[in-house]
Design a protein around this ligand. Structure first.
Ligand code: DAK
Length: 254
């Protein structure tokens, strides 16, 4: 389906979503968020896309659209929710990667946090400047950032509203890698992931997500059930058979 503020391109086993509102540095307005959610719904039915990339052109996204929020009442603020869209991306059954150039600020940085993998180039700037607007990160940032980089660093970023460069983001563990060309490197990584057994990948992703939300005993139990269910797949046979035959496995997602 046609989108106004994003584009969707499918290429060689992966899909690339581009945020496209360059006149506002890809600031996320309500329609963009709705389009993003719709796009992930569309991709859920796409058997050919083994991994998804979210990226922007020159910039990733400079946050939620401040003009939209200026006159919000608390009720309107609550209704302007990123929650459903971000939850859908976070629970998406295939790997989701962010390729970051330029600004990834506020809700834009929070969008990278729901991705499984973040690759940036040297132009990337990460930050949560909401505090300077009299608010604070409300699209999962207060939960996901401390989980990723620890409470000390997360408080530093959230309380100060400061911006960090790619090198510091890498040192914090906020991103996986710095590349000369973030999108090219992310495409390579996404294609590598698209070649892995999809059911085992999906289950591993679910286990990792659950691990933080349920108690340890239940998390281990969930892992053991999910792990055992891999043995109901042909890909498990193929992976192990290929090892014993000293050849490359060919996974089919069944
Ligand atoms: N919103 C709206 N417009 C924005 C924008 C934003 N976040 N960021 C940039 N723009 C627009 C600018 O207004 C400007 O538009 P024109 O004046 O040309 O019409 C254009 O993009 C180019 O920006 P600048 O001229 O400012 O460019 P510079 O290179 O000089 O500066 C900058 C770049 C990124 C440093 C600066 O634009 C900036 O500080 N932008 C604001 C960054 C920011 O504060 N981001 C956080 C936004 S608050 C929610 C949960 C979470 C959220 C919302 C709701 N719920 C649970 C409901 C998230 C909140 C946020 O993200």
């Amino acid at each position: 389906m046609p989108y106004q503020y994003i584009s969707l391109e499918r290429c060689e086993g992966i899909a690339i979503i581009r945020l496209q509102r360059p006149e506002a540095l890809n600031a996320l307005n309500r329609q963009m968020i709705e389009e993003l959610e719709q796009c992930f719904m569309e991709l859920e039915a796409d058997k050919k896309a083994g991994a998804i990339i979210i990226t922007g052109e020159k910039h990733f996204a400079a946050g939620a659209d401040i003009n939209d929020m200026l006159e919000f009442s608390p009720e309107q603020a609550r209704a302007f929710s990123f929650r459903h869209c971000f939850a859908r991306i976070e629970a998406f059954p295939k790997p989701v990667l962010a390729a970051v150039s330029g600004f990834a600020l506020g809700g834009g940085m929070e969008l990278t946090l729901v991705c499984d993998w973040r690759i940036a180039d040297k132009t990337a700037r990460f930050g949560l400047p909401e505090i300077n607007l009299g608010i604070f990160p409300g699209a999962g940032g207060t939960l996901r950032l401390p989980r990723l980089i620890g409470t000390a660093r997360a408080k530093e970023m959230i309380f100060s509203g400061g911006t960090i460069k790619a090198e510091q983001a890498l040192e914090y563990g906020l991103i996986n890698q710095i590349a000369e060309d973030a999108l090219a490197e992310t495409i390579k990584t996404a294609q590598m992931l698209a070649g892995k057994p999809p059911i085992a990948l999906k289950l591993a992703k679910q286990c990792i997500s659950q691990a933080f939300d349920i108690d340890g005993v239940k998390a281990i139990e969930f892992e053991s059930i999910a792990w055992a269910s891999c043995f109901a797949t042909r890909d498990q046979r193929e992976g192990m058979q290929a090892f014993t035959e000293k050849r490359k496995p060919e996974f089919q997602g069944i």
